[in-house]
Design a protein around this ligand. Structure first.
Ligand SMILES: [Zn+2]
Length: 300
């Protein structure tokens, strides 16, 4: 029995579960599936030279490598067994950055945007976002303000949208997109026992006008798809300086169908979802709004 427990502890130790980044393909792999190699001794390393150098490439001895996996003091690079095996065979590893898999770093102008801000600079709208907010513990009658969003779930859903309405929203090259896009792509429902009123909305729905402007300027300068857009001051002025847009607030619904939450918890989702953990649920039409109210323009 002691041997079994010892083996369990060994296999679940920090060392056994350590994750490293392969400098060739930039994937995270188990430390046991990768090794350090001197950059100068990487086999067939000419394969890792990019065909066209980009100004933001991280090159080491001319090789396109992920810097996280490189120890510059020892000139060693972490390479996963899969990539190393392919290189030894004289083949370019399929996921190697040098195999046109490099996308560069996401600039801060884009990475720090909230969900609502991302929608306002988007050209395409493949999904609708449904925020369903309820107390952390299933069946609870109380809202703990400090844990208001700990039951937040991520749904991936697609809905039939009115093509004319969408065409109208994305008409022309004026950016940001008119804020009414938020009415049609974001729905928020508080699920709380009747008589109780929930307050506050997730910060992911906040819009900061200057961040939207900075993101559009970056895209116009760096993304060919956005090269011909016109950044409209008139549109920007429709956005709050730093607040939740009225287009979202007006669409917030409240439902007292707490039973719906209980039913969902009866599935494979743990009853007590830890703070910050997101859980993916199968999309169901009933998820949209248990109170029966559907945001205007949401469906065709
Ligand atoms: Zn690799």
């Amino acid at each position: 029995m002691d041997a079994i427990i010892g083996e369990f502890i060994e296999r679940t130790s920090n060392d056994a579960l350590k994750i490293v980044v392969c400098t060739c393909c930039a994937r995270e792999v188990s430390a046991s599936d990768a090794s350090h190699y001197l950059i100068s001794e990487i086999p067939n390393q000419h394969l890792l030279k990019p065909q066209a150098v980009h100004r933001d490439h991280d090159l080491f001895d001319g090789l396109l490598l992920e810097p996280i996996g490189v120890d510059s003091s020892t000139k060693k690079a972490m390479i996963c067994n899969e990539c190393h095996e392919r290189l030894k065979q004289g083949k370019l590893p399929p996921f190697a950055l040098a195999n046109d898999m490099w996308i560069g770093r996401v600039p801060s102008q884009l990475s720090e945007l909230t969900l609502a801000e991302r929608l306002l600079i988007s050209m395409y709208f493949p999904t609708a976002y449904v925020f369903k907010l309820f107390p952390k513990h299933a069946g609870s009658a109380n809202w703990d303000p400090s844990q208001l969003y700990s039951g937040l779930k991520g749904n991936v859903s697609t809905y039939p949208l009115d093509p004319d309405l969408v065409a109208d929203m994305v008409d022309g090259q004026l950016f940001p997109v008119a804020p009414k896009i938020l009415c049609s792509t974001v729905a928020v429902t508080f699920i709380t026992p009747s008589g109780k009123h929930a307050r506050g909305l997730p910060s992911q729905l906040r819009v900061r006008r200057d961040k939207v402007y900075a993101a559009l300027c970056w895209l116009k300068d760096n993304n060919p798809i956005y090269a011909n857009i016109t950044i409209s001051n008139e549109r920007l002025n429709l956005l709050p300086e730093d607040d939740i847009p009225m287009e979202i607030i007006q669409n917030v619904c409240q439902s007292d169908d707490v039973e719906a939450v209980v039913r969902e918890h009866e599935g494979y989702v743990p009853v007590d979802v830890e703070d910050g953990e997101s859980v993916r649920q199968p999309a169901e039409a009933a998820d949209v709004d248990d109170s029966g109210r559907i945001p205007q323009g949401f469906f065709s």
